[in-house]
Write a protein that binds this ligand. Structure first.
Ligand SMILES: [Fe+2]
Length: 242
C-alpha cells in the first residue's frame, strides 16, 4: 500500500500479519522501518515486488524497538545485506532474539532469530539513507530502547516546497479513528516496560512533533492532524496512569 510518494506499507495487519512494516523507496535501494513478525519475510518480499521495488536491495532496517513483531525478520534482511539500526536500549533484544518464557509475567516467550545491530544510538541521532535523512529519537517506556524516526519525504518536493514530514512511532501509541477513543496505548507487558519513562516520552512527544503523517507499529496510517493525535495519546496516558 503506497502512503506517500516514497513510503509504502509492506506488511502488517492489512496483510493479516502482526507489526506494520514500512518501505522507504530510494533511487537505488530500499530502507525498511521495522521488519514484522518472524514469518513476515515472504509477504514483505511480495509487497516490494508488487510496488516495483523487487530489484532494489534492502540496505537499511531501522527498528523502532526489539519486540518479535517488529524485529522478527531483522536477521533475514541483515543476511541479505541490510544494516540494522536500533536504540542502544534494545540492542540486547536483537542479540537474545526476543524474550524467553521466563522473562515475561505470562510465561510466554516471544522469540526470533538473533542478530547483532550494525549501528546503535542513545540520543537524538541523524541517519542518512540516499537523499533521505532520518532523525532517531530514543523515547523509552514501551521498551527501554523504543524510538521514533522522523523524516521528510524528499520525493514529494515540488516547486520549492518541502515534502511531508513522516513520523514512525513504533508501539508507543497507534491510531484508529473507527474505535471509540481513536488512539490506542501500547502493550504494557514487556519485561522492560517503564511507565515513568513512558510518561516523560509522551510529554516530550506532545511538545516536539507536528508531523503530517504518523506511521505507527500497529493500526492505521494517519494522514492528518498529527500533532492533535499525539497530544490525545499523551493525554490518555497521563490521565490513565497519573
Ligand atoms: Fe512492541
Amino acid at each position: 500500500m503506497q502512503i506517500t510518494k516514497s513510503v509504502y506499507l509492506v506488511s502488517g495487519a492489512n496483510y493479516d500479519l502482526l507489526g506494520n512494516v514500512y518501505a522507504i523507496r530510494g533511487e537505488k535501494s530500499v530502507a525498511l522501518v521495522d521488519s514484522g513478525e518472524p514469518c513476515a519475510a515472504e509477504v514483505i518480499e511480495v509487497s516490494l515486488r508488487r510496488w516495483g521495488m523487487g530489484d532494489l536491495p534492502v540496505t537499511r532496517l531501522f527498528l523502532t524497538h526489539g519486540h518479535a513483531d517488529h524485529a522478527g525478520c531483522a536477521a533475514y534482511f541483515q543476511k541479505k545485506g541490510a544494516k540494522l539500526v536500533v536504540a542502544e536500549g534494545d540492542a540486547h533484544w536483537l542479540r537474545e532474539g526476543g524474550f524467553r518464557a521466563d522473562r515475561t509475567p505470562y510465561g510466554e516467550g516471544w522469540t526470533y532469530p538473533s542478530c547483532e545491530a550494525d549501528a546503535v544510538f542513545s540520543e537524538r541521532s541523524a541517519f542518512a539513507f540516499e537523499d533521505f535523512r532520518l532523525t532517531a529519537y530514543p523515547l523509552p517506556g514501551h521498551t527501554d530502547g523504543s524510538s521514533f524516526f522522523e523524516m521528510e519525504d524528499v520525493g514529494e518536493r515540488t516547486g520549492g516546497r518541502p515534502g511531508r514530514t513522516v513520523l514512525f512511532t513504533g508501539d508507543t501509541f497507534s491510531f484508529d479513528r473507527e474505535i471509540d477513543d481513536h488512539v490506542l496505548l501500547c502493550w504494557k507487558g514487556s519485561p522492560d516496560y517503564d511507565p515513568v519513562k513512558l510518561r516523560k516520552s509522551f510529554e516530550f512527544a506532545a511538545q516536539e512533533f507536528s508531523p503530517d503523517v504518523i506511521l505507527s507499529g500497529h493500526g492505521m496510517p494517519l494522514l492528518a492532524n498529527g500533532n492533535a493525535v499525539i497530544r490525545a495519546a499523551a493525554r490518555k496516558f497521563l490521565v490513565a496512569y497519573r
